[in-house]
Every structure is written in structure tokens, then in C-alpha cells.
Design a protein around this ligand. Structure first.
Ligand code: G4P
Ligand code: NA
Ligand code: NA
Length: 194
């Protein structure tokens, strides 16, 4: 459809490959934001998950926020984003999840204040990238701690050749990806078309 075409063409035209496994999309998603493309992303998530009864969208700062906020206009629910740093702005009483960063080779905590996530709340998780699946795993951990209910998990770009998709599937979690990148070898962006 129209939204998928816009997203797909933007990824192919503006995406830049670093090395063999990193796709830079900072002209529209990770640094500069193209709101028209973000809006298409929001609509695509709504097309996929709109039939579910959802109370809240959960994402992680920084890059998840823009996507989740625009999608939330269609779902008409609040967005809560997990924080990566402790600050005065964060209640001391939090749910925590741990995220292993392959690039930094260390584990860090992501946190959501208990007042914004509670038992029985129906949650849709949205994020920008699925690579090793660590961020999503950390958000699932937060849901488990809070006894909120996972209704679905969606990402904008999945790198199908990395371990995250399978790792999450092994844990019983299906991730719906808007764009599936099957290879970045030779600086070529290969997509699995739907
Ligand atoms: P993962 O396990 O969460 O899948 O990611 P990983 O640790 O492999 O990657 C760390 C960060 O890099 C994550 O963002 C992830 O979204 C992002 N990332 C992974 N692969 C790519 C890629 O090919 N292209 C781009 N543009 N990003 C990628 P983060 O640290 O949570 O950063 P942010 O949300 O603050 O931007
Ligand atoms: Na991210
Ligand atoms: Na990112």
C-alpha cells in the first residue's frame, strides 16, 4: 500500500550502509525526522495492531519516541518510554529491564516509573530497530516485572540476518517488522518484500 511504498522507498533511497551490518537512516528516523515518513509508519502499525485493545504504547528512548508518539495518535493511547539514565526527573520507584549493548560490550538498565505502568495494562511495544533484540528483551522484562500484558511487538526495521528475531521467537515472542532487511553485504540494501 501507499504507506509501505513510501517507507520502503525512503529506506532504499536514503539508507546508507556502514560496514556489512549497519544501516544508517538518520536522514528520516534516527537524527533528522521526516514526519511524513513517521506518519506512514504510524499508520502501518495501526493497520497491523489497530484491532487489538491496547491501553498504552511502550518504547525506549531516544529513537523509539517519535515513532511511538505518532503511532499513538491513531491508537488514541498514551506513550510511555523507558529511560536509559537515572535523572531527577525519574521517580525512584521503577520497573527495570537490562539491555546488553554489543557495541559498548556492557549491560545497562532501562527504567519505567511504576506509576506509569501497572498490572493488567495492555501494552503494545514499538521500536525503531530489531538487531540483537536486546532493547525489546529489556522492555519485555519491564512488562513481566510490572505484570502488564504484552499485546504485540512492532519494529520499523528488522535486520533479519542478526540474532534478535530468532532469539525473541525462541522466547515465544513474535515481532512484526514493517521492513525486513535480509542483507547489507556489498553496501547493498536487500529487502524481503511483502
Ligand atoms: P538491539 O539488541 O536492541 O537489537 O540493538 P543493538 O544492541 O544491536 O544495537 C544498539 C543500538 O543500535 C540500538 O539503539 C539499536 O536500535 C541500534 N541499531 C542496531 N542496528 C542498527 C542499524 O543497523 N542501524 C541503526 N540506525 N541503528 C541500529 P539504541 O542504542 O537503543 O539507540 P537510540 O534508540 O537511542 O537511537
Ligand atoms: Na532504538
Ligand atoms: Na537507535
Amino acid at each position: 500500500n501507499e504507506e509501505y511504498e513510501l517507507l520502503r522507498n525512503t529506506v532504499l533511497e536514503q539508507g546508507r550502509v556502514l560496514g556489512d551490518d549497519v544501516l544508517k537512516v538518520d536522514s528520516f528516523l534516527n537524527h533528522q525526522l521526516d514526519v511524513r515518513v513517521l506518519n506512514a509508519i504510524g499508520k502501518l502499525f495501526y493497520q497491523q495492531f489497530g484491532a487489538l485493545e491496547i491501553d498504552k504504547i511502550l518504547t525506549a528512548e531516544v529513537s523509539g519516541i517519535a515513532i511511538a508518539a505518532i503511532a499513538a495518535q491513531y491508537f488514541q493511547v498514551p506513550v510511555v518510554f523507558a529511560k536509559k539514565t537515572l535523572s531527577k526527573n525519574l521517580d525512584p520507584d521503577t520497573w527495570e529491564g537490562s539491555v546488553y549493548s554489543y557495541t559498548k560490550q556492557q549491560t545497562y538498565q532501562i527504567r519505567v516509573a511504576k506509576r506509569y505502568l501497572g498490572k493488567g495494562e495492555k501494552i503494545l511495544i514499538l521500536d525503531d530497530f530489531l538487531a540483537n533484540g536486546q532493547a525489546i528483551k529489556g522492555m519485555h522484562q519491564i512488562l513481566e516485572e510490572s505484570e502488564a500484558v504484552l499485546m504485540g511487538t512492532g519494529v520499523v526495521i528488522e535486520k533479519s540476518f542478526q540474532a534478535g528475531k530468532e532469539m525473541l521467537r525462541d522466547q515465544g515472542v513474535e515481532v512484526h517488522s514493517l521492513i525486513k532487511v535480509t542483507s547489507l553485504e556489498g553496501q547493498q540494501i536487500q529487502l524481503r518484500e511483502k
